[in-house]
Ligand binder design. Structure first.
Ligand SMILES: NC(=O)C1=CN([C@@H]2O[C@H](COP(=O)(O)OP(=O)(O)OC[C@H]3O[C@@H](n4cnc5c(N)ncnc54)[C@H](O)[C@@H]3O)[C@@H](O)[C@H]2O)C=CC1
Ligand SMILES: CC(=O)[C@H](N)C(=O)O
Length: 377
């Protein structure tokens, strides 16, 4: 006998769609039924996808993968403040420092181990998954096969588990998802995407797969293309924009910095607080507000030379020199110089707080530099 089950909950006699406004307008509607017999249209993966249950109440139960990198711990702090310490589980394959271990739940999770990941989701009744594990642009070029595994196979595991267990899934994308044939100024959300790094290719794949699962299975997939993110309390993990983090440390501790990009290399950037707030906001936004599932977000664009000049306003003795890394330079030259994030601003109210002057004073003071005294010099 052919058994059919609704893929999505029925609200008021209508199939409730989790897809966004534009998706449903452009694409044919997703089939509202899933075949559970041995019909030839069934795939093994399809059979594991549960019908969506939107009956969860109370705060979300959050899992962050790859949480011990530059961004994950800050994200955990933000989400713990909002949803309670025990509702946010940080995970990684690295051993956490003791202050992280003591600040809330931490588990070992290798995104390549699907069974382990599934157990964590089930045993902890996870409802939101923020998938931060990745090899970044420069690290990916240094180890393509590992980047392919972590960024693509890892994503497949996460997507399947999120669809099986009806999770809300956030996957960060990047300016690296664009390439040399994309428009470079005010790059729009929808434009040519032919990146030339394994990192970029894997992120375009993540965007497309997430959107496909959203249309096909009703997965509540949400994605932001972050620019380079600048933070003070954690080290960057092998990216092309890392210089803009390291420069503050070296300016304060050494009064000088050697930059691995050319002085005129302009890239989109954002302070970490804006980045993490954007992530929380897009996760909390009602699905109905989305006209798409992958949004550009940005705050500012600057060059190493402009950043150094802004730092020198506060640290007058600061000197920058240049020793260009050809791999990172080629990557940076293929990325946008600025992003158009007007759709995020229009659809769910995205607004950045930090421009270059605020970024510099904040970063310097977090590194222990008294910018008021330096300004007086
Ligand atoms: N930091 C930035 O400027 C930007 C970051 N993003 C994205 O945000 C996310 C987080 O970025 P960061 O924290 O900067 O990255 P990161 O490189 O600092 O951290 C990535 C983490 O993934 C973990 N990881 C590696 N292999 C793993 C595996 N098999 N299983 C589980 N975890 C594994 C690493 O141990 C590391 O802690 C990434 O997806 C990245 O692509 C996007 C654009 C800009
Ligand atoms: C912009 C990014 O995605 C990251 N910081 C990198 O430089 O690889």
């Amino acid at each position: 006998m052919l058994v059919v089950r609704m893929l999505r909950p029925i609200v008021g006699g209508m199939v409730r769609t989790l897809a966004c406004r534009s998706c449903t307008a452009i694409l044919p509607p997703v089939l509202p039924v899933r075949v559970l017999s041995s019909s030839p249209v069934q795939t093994p993966t399809d059979a594991h996808f549960h019908s969506a249950s939107s009956s969860e109440t109370g705060p979300p139960r959050v899992l962050i993968t790859g949480g011990l990198g530059q961004l994950g711990m800050g994200l955990a702090n933000l989400l713990r403040n909002r949803f309670g310490k025990d509702n946010v589980i940080l995970s990684d394959i690295k051993k956490p420092p003791s202050h992280v271990f003591c600040s809330g739940p931490f588990v070992y999770a290798d995104v390549l181990d699907r069974q382990n990941l599934r157990e964590i989701v089930v045993n902890n009744r996870v409802t939101w998954l923020l998938h931060y594990s990745a090899l970044l642009s420069a690290a990916g070029e240094a180890n393509v096969s590992l980047a392919r595994a972590v960024n693509i196979t890892g994503l497949h595991n996460v997507l399947d588990i999120a669809a099986e267990h009806n999770l809300r899934l956030f996957v960060p994308s990047t300016i690296g998802a664009f390439g040399p044939t994309s428009p470079r100024n005010r790059t729009p959300d929808l434009s040519v995407q032919r990146p030339r790094t394994i990192y970029g290719v894997s992120k375009v794949h993540a965007e497309l797969m997430g959107e496909y699962y959203c249309h096909r299975y009703g997965l509540d997939f949400r994605c932001l293309r972050y620019p380079g993110v600048i933070s003070a309390d954690s080290q960057p993990g092998g990216g092309t924009t890392d210089y803009a983090v390291q420069i503050f440390h070296d300016a304060v501790k050494r009064g000088k910095f050697e930059c691995n990009l050319r002085p005129s290399t302009r890239l989109p950037m954002m302070y970490v607080d804006d980045c993490l707030r954007a992530t929380l906001e897009v996760m909390e936004a009602p699905a109905e507000s989305f006209s798409m599932r992958t949004y550009n977000v940005t705050a500012m664009s600057f060059t190493p030379d402009e950043l150094a000049q802004e730092i020198a306003k506060h640290v007058p003795e600061f000197r920058i020199t240049y020793c260009v890394d050809p791999v990172r330079q080629a990557i940076a030259d293929s990325w946008p110089v600025s992003l158009d994030d007007s759709m995020a601003r229009k659809d769910w109210g995205w607004k950045h707080d930090f421009d270059l002057p605020e970024l510099v004073t904040t970063m310097l003071s977090l590194h222990g530099c008294d910018t008021r005294i330096a300004q007086a010099n």
